[in-house]
Design a protein around this ligand. Sequence first.
Ligand SMILES: C=C(O[C@@H]1C=C(C(=O)O)C=C[C@H]1O)C(=O)O
Length: 95
Amino acid sequence: MAPEETITEPRQTPPAESIARMRARIDEIDAAIIALWRERAELSRQVGAVRLAEGGTRLVLSRETEILRRFRAGIGGSDGTQLGLLVLRAGRGRL
Ligand SMILES: C=C(O[C@@H]1C=C(C(=O)O)C=C[C@H]1O)C(=O)O
């Protein structure tokens, strides 16, 4: 077989290139998480303000419990709970 006819394996992406591509996506994901975090905190703050203005409570524990359950189920174990607690705190403030 002439050299120009040699069948070669598809060129593997060099590790540095694939790491750079994955890191670019990680950076996009982080930016999305930060934007969503800020949006959620602002919405939570607004809901709290409306409820307080109507004479309601700052907290709704049944809803917080359900949110924490989702974080625990979706992320797993105590990390899920911890993250859920941080998300809640970002909006309604510390307990
Ligand atoms: C935003 C609200 O108020 C508080 C904040 C919550 C939240 O950040 O998800 C949930 C329950 C409430 O303790 C709400 O009731 O939806």
